[in-house]
Design a protein around this ligand. Structure first.
Ligand code: AMP
Ligand code: MG
Length: 401
């Protein structure tokens, strides 16, 4: 390895990765297809929201001054259900108009009373209370035309997509999805569906990693799994580097003779660092294979998942300037003791329940890095500094997964 950074802290590893960036490409995509995508430019509203003063209630519109001594009887002079119907109506002294939620306010009226607080006989309405001015939604009170509601880098959640439609956008400029190649390595790996021979296991990492790439809004491709031979590995890395923006491998990055991803990267690639002070997940490397960024992730299923969350996801977010998806953190009271390792940032998998006073964290499942169930049945990772330990009742920070 010579002078290459070795066994670095997580923060340093992230910093080293972030020195390598991709040039994001912008494409215009129909709004329908923008869920989980990253907005590429600031977005000013094309309209006022709401575009006109309208009623927040089904009820009656009238002059507030006429309603100050309830009960009040007013004469119903018309109905407004939709835009246009208000044009020929003006509410004058002693009059009211029947109005639906979202319909434009008629001239003259400055208050609304919801239908539940009224009764009608023929063309007279009786109001049991004063009219309410705050039941009028004012033009532009949510958003002014031209106002930037969403910034470049916004991760487009369902509510934010709805907001884009409200602002008048049928399509959006978004960051083109990164094409991510996922390559699992190991002679022992078989695809689910075939029968296992002695010594073989089902390949699972590529499925988990693929889901994580989609969660970030990008496009994973699970390439064929390669056995532990340098030539096969070289071939697949060469072809992946011409077609994909990013390569993720799993397996073969530890210290052993058969850890060929590390070996080939040392001999023929460009390693930027190898190993991090993180448990689980200490073996990874990052570097370039023929100018394409490559993360060599550990083979242990828990480790590959955790290293993606702690290292790959921050890098992808950084290189695409994305503000999400948000990694939610919370504080939880421990229901079990948790302990760190001596010299690594340690992540313990815990289940999280909502108690009366807030979250409660349980470390229930055995924490071996081969036990993927420990991630699948956990809602959080407790983050412990090297050497740190906590006891039942302590409040700890958890990363929600
Ligand atoms: P390695 O880092 O290649 O030594 O792998 C460490 C452990 O993870 C071994 O027990 C492997 O069998 C297992 N492993 C490696 N790759 C995968 C994979 N893609 N899916 C499931 N388990 C794997
Ligand atoms: Mg292996």
């Amino acid at each position: 390895m010579g002078e290459k950074p070795y066994f670095v802290k997580l923060a340093q590893a992230i910093e080293i990765c972030n020195r390598t960036t991709l040039q994001p490409i912008v494409e215009r995509v129909p709004l329908d297809e923008c869920h989980n995508r990253i907005l590429a430019t600031d977005l000013p509203s094309l309209v006022n929201d709401p575009p006109f003063d309208n009623s927040a209630m089904d009820g009656f519109a009238m002059r507030h001054i006429d309603t100050r001594n309830p009960p009040t009887n007013l004469k119903i002079i018309g109905t407004i259900q939709a835009a246009g119907q208000e044009e020929n109506i003006e509410v004058k002294k002693g009059q009211a108009v029947r109005i639906m939620t979202g319909a434009p306010m008629p001239k003259g009226a400055d208050s609304i009373l919801q239908v539940e607080l009224t009764s009608t006989t023929n063309d007279t309405v009786t109001l049991s209370q004063e009219g309410m001015k705050h039941f009028i939604r004012k033009t532009g009170e949510n958003l002014r035309k031209g106002e930037t509601a969403l910034k470049a880098g916004t991760y487009l959640t369902p509510a934010k997509l709805g907001l884009c439609a409200t602002m008048g956008y049928p399509s959006l400029p978004v960051v083109k999805k990164l094409k991510v190649a996922i390559i699992s390595t190991g002679d022992e790996l078989k695809q689910p569906g075939v029968e296992l021979q002695r010594g073989e296991i089902y390949e699972s990492n590529s499925f988990g990693l693929s889901g994580l790439v989609k969660w970030l809004g990008h496009q994973p491709t699970r390439l064929q799994c390669v056995g532990d031979t340098i030539d096969d590995l070289r071939n697949i890395l060469n072809s992946a580097s011409t077609e994909y923006d990013l390569i993720l491998t799993s397996g073969g990055v530890s210290m052993g003779e058969w850890d060929l991803v590390r070996k080939i990267m040392e001999e023929e690639g460009d390693i930027h660092f190898w190993r991090i002070k993180l448990r689980p997940g200490s073996p990874p490397l990052f570097g370039l294979w023929k100018d394409t960024p490559i993360f060599g992730l550990p083979g242990n299923p828990v480790s590959s998942h955790v290293v993606f969350r702690m290292l790959v996801a921050p890098w992808i977010r950084n290189t695409t300037s994305a503000d999400g998806p948000i990694e939610n953190r919370a504080r939880a009271v421990l229901a079990t003791d948790v302990k760190s390792t001596k010299d690594c940032l340690t992540l313990r998998r815990v289940s999280i329940e909502l108690g009366n006073e807030g979250y409660i964290a349980h470390q229930k499942i055995h924490q071996g890095s081969g036990n993927l169930a420990s991630v699948a049945f956990s809602e959080g990772l407790v983050i412990l500094q090297p050497g740190q330990k906590y006891s039942i009742g302590d409040v700890v920070e958890v990363l929600l997964i």
